[in-house]
Structures are given as C-alpha cells and as structure tokens.
Design a protein around this ligand. Structure first.
Ligand code: HEC
Ligand code: HEC
Length: 210
C-alpha cells in the first residue's frame, strides 16, 4: 500500500472506530469494579508475571484507557480474542461488571507529555502513530496505550493479529504489512516510551498518587 493510501485508510478506519465508540463508552461504578478486580490482581498486579505455553509477559493495565479495557474484555468474552484464562475470566462478567471493572482499572489513563520522544519512531511505525501516537499514548480512548508495555507482549499481540488469532479487522490490516523484524523494532520502541503503563497497584490509593 502506498503511504498516501495508508493514511487515507487510517482516516477512514478512525471514523469507523469513532462511530462505534459510543457503544463501548465506559460508564461504570469504579467502587464495584474494584471489588470485582480483586481476582485480576493475582496476575495483573505482579511485577514481570508471565503467561506460560507460550511464555510472554502478562500485559500491564495501569494507565490503560477504560473504553479499550471494555473492548478487550468483550473481545475475550465473544472469542474475537482467543485466550483460555482471559476467556474464562470475562465469560463470568456481565456487561455492567465489565463497565465497572473498566471504570476502576481505567481511572488513571496515560496522558501524552507533548515532548518529542527521545528517539524518532521507526519507519515501520509511521502509520501507527496516527492512532497510537508517537509516544504510545492513544489518540482516542478506544485505542490501547502502548507506552511502557512489555515488548514481548506487544510482539505477541502483533503476531496474533497477523496470523488471525486476534480478529480485530483494523489491526489485522495493519499488522499484515509488518515483517517480524518490523514487529521487533516497533515493540521495542513503544515499550521504551515514558510515561508508560504499569502493573495494577495493590492499593487503590496508588492510582491517584502518580
Ligand atoms: C491467570 C492470570 C490472569 C488473570 C487472573 C487475569 N488476567 Fe487478564 N490477562 C492475562 C494474560 C496472560 C493476558 C494476555 C492475553 C492475550 O494474549 O491476549 C491478559 C489480558 C488482559 C487484558 C487485555 C490487555 C490488553 O492490553 O489488551 C485485559 C483488559 C485484562 N486481561 C483484564 C483482566 C481482568 C479485568 C481480570 C479479572 C477479572 C483479569 N484480566 C484476570 C492474565 C490474567
Ligand atoms: C486506525 C487506528 C489504528 C492504527 C493506524 C493502528 N492501530 Fe493498533 N490498534 C487499534 C485498535 C482499535 C486496537 C484494538 C484492537 C482490538 O480490540 O484487538 C489496536 C491494538 C493494537 C495493539 C494491541 C495492544 C494490546 O494492548 O493488546 C498493538 C500492539 C497495536 N495496535 C500496534 C499497532 C501498530 C504497530 C500499528 C502500525 C503498524 C498500529 N497498531 C496501527 C487502532 C489502530
């Protein structure tokens, strides 16, 4: 795809996603979400915790966008995203539970510093910054923040989009244009951006203490 066409595609897709976003808008009760999220801490509140078979880091959620957390949990529940444990976790949650958990976990989303990143975004990421920002802070809350995320998790996610194990149509298109070498460079770049995502704090007070 030519660069100009890619940009046109990005603009069109952004409009589609923004249009669908009203549905995913997080509108939950954070206090109830905190209670529900207790079981999630066993994996998401532990430094450098790994998924096994295959081995890769459990994604960090602190600083993530609430609307994206809603979409991710709905994706696990419906099977658009395949992962045994997360499917089991999401399957037991009602629509309201998902909104409540997202209101809690997504209460402190990253904000772009506005300063140019220390190193320029790699060539292969030129098209990505339209949605994920050059700092890895998303342009819309429906997109995930990537800054500071574990590089091996970002790699895994992109490989999964590429081979169709994650079925999101927008990302399938963008990931399909990347080589494995591109994916490594991009994952490394976004994982180094600061401020970045962190593990879920064990105590809620840390949410407001940044
Ligand atoms: C046994 C460990 C474990 C538990 C418990 C767990 N998770 Fe996860 N979670 C994971 C792993 C591993 C992934 C990455 C799966 C993948 O590759 O898609 C993940 C992914 C996610 C994502 C997607 C993150 C992203 O960047 O796309 C969200 C949101 C999430 N979990 C929320 C929760 C919530 C909410 C709970 C509790 C109801 C929970 N998790 C419980 C291990 C766990
Ligand atoms: C039009 C906007 C858009 C563009 C451009 C875009 N993305 Fe995405 N990206 C998204 C959306 C929306 C999702 C969430 C998809 C889902 O629910 O699985 C996503 C998800 C991701 C994820 C998964 C994050 C996680 O926490 O699991 C990664 C990694 C990612 N994108 C990297 C990239 C890269 C690298 C590029 C450029 C090659 C790119 N994106 C281009 C919108 C975009």
């Amino acid at each position: 795809m030519s660069f100009a066409r890619r940009i046109a595609t990005v603009a069109a897709l952004s409009a589609v996603v923004a249009g669908a976003a009203g549905v995913a808008h997080a509108d939950g009760n954070a206090a109830h979400g905190k209670e529900l999220a207790y079981t999630c801490l066993g994996c998401h509140a532990i430094e450098d915790y790994k998924n096994v078979y295959p081995t890769y880091s459990v994604p960090m959620l602190r600083g993530q966008n609430a609307a994206y957390i809603v979409a991710a949990l709905q994706g696990y529940r419906s099977g658009e995203r395949s992962h045994g444990t997360m499917h089991a976790q999401a399957a037991s949650l009602s629509e309201q539970d998902i909104q409540d958990i997202a209101a809690y976990l997504g209460s402190d989303p990253l904000k772009a510093s506005g300063n140019p990143p220390a190193a320029e975004a790699p060539q292969a990421a030129q098209v990505c910054v339209a949605c994920h920002g050059s700092e890895g802070v998303a342009m819309l809350p429906e997109y995930p923040n990537l800054a500071g995320q574990h590089a091996d998790y970002l790699e895994r996610a992109l490989e999964e989009y590429k081979k169709g194990a994650r079925k999101n149509p927008i990302m399938a298109g963008f990931a399909s244009t990347l080589t494995s070498a591109d994916i490594k460079v991009i994952a490394d770049y976004y994982s180094r951006q600061k401020p970045g995502l962190e593990i879920v704090p064990r105590r809620a007070s840390r949410f407001s203490a940044r």
